[in-house]
Write a protein that binds this ligand. Sequence first.
Ligand SMILES: NC(=O)c1ccc[n+]([C@@H]2O[C@H](COP(=O)([O-])OP(=O)(O)OC[C@H]3O[C@@H](n4cnc5c(N)ncnc54)[C@H](OP(=O)(O)O)[C@@H]3O)[C@@H](O)[C@H]2O)c1
Length: 428
Amino acid sequence: MSDIQIQPKDTPTLCIGLFGFGVVGEGLYKVLQQTPSLNATIKKVCIRNAWKKRNAPAELFTDNPDDLLEDGEINVIVELIDDATAAFGIVSQALSNHKAVVSANKKMIAEHFPTLLSLQQQYEAPFLYEAACCASIPVIRNLEEYYDNDLLQSISGIVNGSTNFILTRMQEGQPDFTAALLLAQQLGFAESNPLLDIGGFDATNKLSILLAHAYGITVSPADLLFAGIQQLQPGDIAYAHEKHCRIKLVATATRLRNGQVAAFVLPQLVAAESQLFHVQDEYNGVLIESSFADRQFFYGKGAGSLPTASAVLSDISALRYAYRYAYRKKYQQVPPMLSHDFYLQVYVSAPNATAIPTDRFTRIEERFTGKGRNYITGVIAASALQQNDWWKQEGISLIVGAAGIMEDVELRSIQHQSLTLAGVKAEN
Ligand SMILES: NC(=O)c1ccc[n+]([C@@H]2O[C@H](COP(=O)([O-])OP(=O)(O)OC[C@H]3O[C@@H](n4cnc5c(N)ncnc54)[C@H](OP(=O)(O)O)[C@@H]3O)[C@@H](O)[C@H]2O)c1
């Protein structure tokens, strides 16, 4: 078992054991060849299928994980495989063997976050995963180092490149969902299991990781309110177009007035004034609002071989100066609570009007009944969506309106104004 000490002053040679030689793994192999100054070499690559032909010398490859995990000379394990269960085994064993680990596997990280925190503490081994959220955009390290918990108001963004690519195609006159998904897969943006992308699971895994670094909140992705884009219909796209908006799958975490945090991943109508409106194709964009710096916008490629490999490379480089996440917002501050006590302004559509349960709405603003498509806009409590999944049934689409989150006080004020206008209540 090797007990590596990575000191800033001696800038050690990083001897890498790489798991996976797919879109990202091969991309990393290529970018490392172009950055000799990093002083990092790949000693061995572990893959699943030993018979596959690779664009690298055959002697580099093995299908035995222990050739990497039990090699005392290898001091960094880079895990880039598409199997979250196997990845967790690899990362756990690597950390237990005191090896530094870099990963891009958001599903594995989000689902095993508490255990991975404990392993890092127990074995004092660094574990970095910048590529797991928004690929080439350095959002985790920024949240970790730059934004103090008290100052961070909200983080919202397009964090899944494939769904954004599909939505872009669909909103630019190519309404065939399956064809757009196939193209995303061919271009290397999509997960091996496309349901992870289109079902919103990937974006939710990323949101759960972002919550840990933004606010110190540890939450299982399954406990977050989320949906993907597979329910969206051409009529929804037409509605967005009429309103001069674009539909985007947006991950949101925002502080409520009581200091708690609301978080969800849902399709959202985004108006042209928002920077997110202009994030197209496989690009990702993240808006961060803080008390004093106001609003900042990060934009970059959220998927693909070299952009993702560049974030992995940045983590490998950070290991040379002994960088590790301190998780200060979790360990040195009291993290805020996650809350479902808020409302969402929504558009809900269905093939027939009776499929939309109007009694679930706290407030109804607009109803449309037409041939083949019916919709209602209004306000729904997030807790009601969390508790019941009628809105995830076949044929129903729910899209957050441009107004987004509402709190109790705002809702009461709108209701009061409506009643006043209707002459039911006197103005005060
Ligand atoms: N693609 C992107 O744009 C992107 C962006 C951000 C993050 N990521 C993440 O990066 C990781 C890799 O994605 P990818 O797109 O590169 O996947 P990929 O192209 O499907 O490649 C997966 C690689 O993992 C290998 N593999 C699978 N199970 C293995 C196991 N048990 N042991 C050893 N090797 C195994 C495969 O081996 P064979 O070659 O033998 O099949 C293949 O080389 C995933 O966690 C993904 O979520 C990807």
